[in-house]
Design a protein. Structure first.
Length: 76
């Protein structure tokens, strides 16, 4: 089972309402994605802190329904 691109976007938007999100399904299997997320919430935070905010937004689905997510976070 995988996680649809739209669901990932919805979960992130719910936690980071100002986020600009670009997601690409890398393998066409709803399990391997690349995401670029830009948010003002990231300003002043380390990349690790930024990524933790995204993983938290996914409500435990990372590593379960979602196998791989390559993240690029941008302050903005």
């Amino acid at each position: 089972m995988g996680l649809k691109l739209e669901e990932i976007e919805s979960l992130v938007k719910k936690a980071l309402p100002d986020a600009e999100i670009k997601i690409e399904d890398l393998a066409g299997d709803n399990n391997h994605y690349s995401a670029t997320i830009k948010s003002k919430i990231f300003i002043g935070k380390s990349k690790i802190e930024q990524h933790k905010l995204v993983y938290k937004a996914l409500n435990g689905k990372m590593g379960n329904e979602l196998h791989a997510l390559a993240l690029n976070t941008i302050e903005g």
